[in-house]
Design a protein around this ligand. Sequence first.
Ligand SMILES: NC(=O)c1ccc[n+]([C@@H]2O[C@H](COP(=O)([O-])OP(=O)(O)OC[C@H]3O[C@@H](n4cnc5c(N)ncnc54)[C@H](OP(=O)(O)O)[C@@H]3O)[C@@H](O)[C@H]2O)c1
Length: 259
Amino acid sequence: MISNSYLSELFSLNGRIAVVTGGSSGIGQAIAGALARAGASVVIVARKEAELAATVDELVADECRAAWVSADLSTRDGVRAAAEQAAAVFGEPDILVNCAGINLRPPMGELSEDVWDTTMAVNLEAPYLLGERFGPRMAERGYGRIIHITSQQAHRAFVQSGAYGVSKGALESLARSQAEAWSSYGVTCNTLVPGFVPTPLNARLQSDPEKMAALAARTMVGRNGLAEDFAGAAVFLAGPASGYVTGQAIFVDGGFSVH
Ligand SMILES: NC(=O)c1ccc[n+]([C@@H]2O[C@H](COP(=O)([O-])OP(=O)(O)OC[C@H]3O[C@@H](n4cnc5c(N)ncnc54)[C@H](OP(=O)(O)O)[C@@H]3O)[C@@H](O)[C@H]2O)c1
């Protein structure tokens, strides 16, 4: 017999407040939905209002508490404004998911300073600044969960890793620095590492069925990832059950990284 109270003690996010960047698309959208359905009040942050509103409408129709903030996380002022607006909706967050990301992919030798700067701003600086804004307050309250979405490119080069791979490698280091700073106050900091998940981020690759099949064959499960594959791991890392898991990179990649 399943004990719902036992499951709740481990995994319920009732009463928790979450901010999910990139929550309007792909992996972030699935994570925002998972946290909301597990009981959290969720604020999603991205730029495009139509996608943000559609995501929130769907969650609200499913009896979840959700709201959106439109912000450009590629500038420090944009990040600061987003943080204040997000915290003003339901209150200071207990859970921060940094999922907004870009992958511009020029060959290394042609990488412009603009691409470098924008990549670092969205993929690394925004998570750092949001952590600085929310992490110490989570520590004061004695509970917090910071989850970054990195990439296998934090661990190895793959299809023009360029600035993207550098930003994701640094993001894993950021998680460890944050874990070192705040874990003893009840704030865990971890990363989820996707393999290949067809989303708008890699639309170009998806038009090549042979490449898609080759990528699927490199996993152990035998298929490419789905955004929904991140739901369980995100709920686990956001909730009470993961209190002794910190500074870790958890691969949700069908075995891609170890095959
Ligand atoms: N898909 C994969 O195979 C894969 C593999 C490894 C890692 N990842 C990582 O997983 C995360 C999610 O990727 P995804 O595949 O789900 O991508 P996606 O569907 O393209 O979603 C990216 C999200 O980030 C937001 N975003 C991008 N630039 C932004 C900016 N300047 N300010 C605010 N929000 C911004 C987008 O919304 P707006 O455009 O409206 O701003 C969107 O909500 C990324 O960090 C990515 O690096 C993905």
